[in-house]
Design a protein around this ligand. Structure first.
Ligand code: GUN
Length: 291
């Protein structure tokens, strides 16, 4: 029987585990605070940010939300970040990406105080992650590691194929998988849109992580029998529904499931974990929570 990993349940466990730390902080007079900044009129981005704010409220983190007109000058965003950097009630800052073209996204990431960079995207934090001394593990890669651990999937000595080389998922995840210790010690291949023969890689992998943002492009014929399949994708595809779309992953679940031993669905797999790990990083920023 294929184990379909329930990301909502594992995320719930993570949130439960944070309650103690939040209670201890509150007894010390500290309420963890997360600031989200949205400079976009993209519907999906707005939805993601509002879900993050709702999560905060649920676990007792102070949510602060700032919205900036996407047509405003870039300086407005930079100055908002400066203000949040010095606000003692704000322990974590997340600027929802992508930002408009006239904003320099590298400057945005550099501008955030690295001790409040709960995304883990500041160059200092990227460097620390690669060096094996992460301050904040980026939320989606960390969530993938937790999901695999929850399903007792061993990574030590395994062949892992990460499909996708984004700064947010593919690159940091590949780094975590090669590191020494728990959740690492794997042999990692990173595939992307220029990979000559994708299937030759996925079909020999013990663990395939699909993180390319292309709906249902990994199917069962591309997988080894008994593989673990992690679907990071959340894609909107046109559908005859009330909203005019449905959500689907980068994996064709129906054909992949019979081949896989362990599979994460999308929606309901990695997505809830990303949100839970953001809360984790916020509590970590407000305390000395150990990894
Ligand atoms: N846009 C899509 N994913 C992310 C994320 O993990 N963090 C931020 N800040 N923006 C995103």
């Amino acid at each position: 029987m294929t184990h379909v990993v329930d990301g909502n349940a594992v995320a719930e466990d993570v949130r439960d585990g944070l309650s103690d730390a939040i209670g201890t902080l509150k007894a010390e007079g500290v309420k963890p605070g997360l600031a989200t900044v949205l400079m976009s009129d993209d519907d999906a981005s707005a939805t993601y940010v509002s879900m993050k704010q709702r999560d905060c409220e649920e676990v007792g983190i102070e949510g602060i939300h700032v919205e900036i007109d996407p047509d405003a000058p870039a300086e407005e965003l930079y100055e908002t970040i400066d203000d949040l950097n010095t606000d003692p009630n704000v322990h974590g800052i997340l600027v929802q990406l992508p930002v408009p073209d006239h904003v320099d996204d590298r400057e945005v990431l550099r501008r955030i105080d690295p001790t409040k960079d709960v995304d883990g995207f500041h160059p200092e934090n990227v460097g620390r992650l690669v060096a094996g001394n992460a301050r904040f593990k980026p939320c989606t890669p960390h969530g993938v590691q937790k999901l695999l651990a929850s399903a007792d999937v061993e990574t030590d000595g395994k062949d892992v194929v990460v499909v996708g080389r984004s700064d947010i998922v593919g690159k940091p995840l590949a780094n975590l998988f090669v590191q020494r210790g728990e959740g690492g010690d794997a042999t990692v291949t990173v595939c992307h849109s220029h990979t000559a023969d994708l299937e030759s890689h996925t079909s020999r992998a013990d663990i395939v992580v699909a993180a390319a943002g292309v709906p249902e492009f990994i199917d069962g014929t591309m997988l080894k029998e008994g593989a673990t399949v992690v679907d990071v994708g959340t894609n909107r595809v046109d559908a005859d529904t009330e909203k005019g779309y449905r959500l689907t992953g980068d994996v064709d679940f129906e054909s992949a499931k019979p081949v896989a031993d362990v599979i994460t669905p999308s929606p309901g797999g990695v997505g809830p974990m990303t949100r839970a790990m953001l809360l984790y990083n916020t509590v970590k920023a407000a305390s000395d929570l150990a990894d």
